[in-house]
Design a protein around this ligand. Structure first.
Ligand code: BTN
Length: 334
């Protein structure tokens, strides 16, 4: 069941985070107080706990900056506007990446954003918890003529693009965890999922999916299975506006993806290495049912992770899940 038009209008009115009486909302939306109440009750399904206080009215748990196409496109660089094919913005969708994967007619440069995902997907078959209205769920489709081999390492280059966008805010402690995580002081701030359909040699289609935590509500946070952090905790009131950040991310991702089959990963390796927050650390790499322990030596020229697994033994791995060996448990951020 999707959000009704009335619910969308209500969310816009309530997005300022202030109290609005049922009477006021009914008047503006040419409805009745009973209908407004019924619609607001429906927000529970999205994980939005609306405060309903008699004498005051309704209030969202926090102000929400809803996604806004005009604001996003206004902040796009000139050359990125030319590369953007269509920008789809959904209030609710199963997964922005699924949406693009299933769109056989989508052309390179199609972008899908959503306020809420009912079946957000992460790497290794994990769910991506996607609460309403506060984080970024962004997918971008690109078609390459040259085959899967020519885009090897693309997901690392997308990590560099995300870091370039976030680096405007000069956050100490932010970095990349191989292969595709955005990390802040050993907690996950975001993740990238690159999915490829097509031929080893022939044309292929890539959907890049990015999830970035802006302000994770506590209810949703308790569902995330690994230590996490959001921009609100890191930057507080200096947190960028969501629409502006979406545009800044696209401004960095488009120039990289649109030329990746010509340029390749080499050009991005030095920057990736500068942002590597695992280098020198003791980790376990899970590869299927195998667990390999070692010290991270960085990434090689193909973007594989290098582990020192013994006194004289080094091994490179193309895939796997890296988890840190930390002796003490994570303490909550104050
Ligand atoms: C990871 O596990 O670290 C990757 C997470 C990728 C999540 C994003 S949110 C937008 C896009 N849609 C999805 O269903 N997944 C990706």
């Amino acid at each position: 069941m999707n959000l009704s038009d009335l619910q969308k209008q209500l969310l816009v009115l309530l997005s300022d985070g202030n109290f609005h009486s049922g009477r006021e909302l009914a008047e503006i939306l040419s409805s009745t107080r009973a209908v407004i109440w019924k619609q607001i009750k429906g927000f529970k399904r999205l994980g939005i706990d609306v405060a309903a206080i008699s004498g005051k009215g309704y209030r969202l748990p926090y102000p929400m900056e809803l996604l806004d196409e005009t604001c996003i496109t206004r902040n796009l660089a000139h050359e990125v506007k030319a590369l953007l094919s269509i920008l789809h913005i959904h209030y609710e969708i199963d997964s922005t990446s699924n949406y693009l994967i299933n769109d056989a007619t989508a052309t390179s440069g199609t972008v899908c954003l959503a306020e809420f995902q009912t079946a957000g997907r992460g790497r290794a078959g994990r769910d991506w918890i996607s609460p309403f209205g506060t984080n970024i769920y962004l997918s971008l489709l690109w078609r390459f003529e040259s085959g899967v081999a020519s885009i090897s390492g693309l997901s690392l280059a997308i990590g560099v693009a995300v870091m370039r966008a976030l680096n405007r805010y000069r956050v100490a402690g932010i970095g990349l965890k191989w292969p595709n995580d955005i990390f802040y002081n050993d907690r996950k701030l975001g993740g990238i999922l690159v999915e490829v359909r097509g031929d080893i040699l022939g044309p292929c289609t890539v959907v890049v999916g990015l999830g970035l935590n802006g302000q994770v509500p506590s209810g949703a946070g308790s569902l995330i299975s690994q230590p996490w952090v959001d921009l609100e905790q890191i930057l507080g009131s200096a947190r960028p506006e969501r629409n502006v950040l979406v545009a800044q991310l696209l401004n960095e991702i488009f120039p990289i993806i649109s030329k990746f089959d010509e340029i390749g990963i080499e050009a991005y390796l030095p920057e990736w290495r500068d942002w590597d927050c695992m280098a020198g650390r003791e980790v376990s790499l899970t590869l299927g049912s195998q667990k390999i322990r070692g010290r991270v030596e960085g990434i090689d020229d193909q973007g594989m992770i290098i582990l020192q697994t013994g006194i004289e033994s080094r091994q490179s791995f193309a895939s796997g899940e890296v988890s840190l060996h930390i002796d003490r448990p994570h303490e909550p951020i104050a």
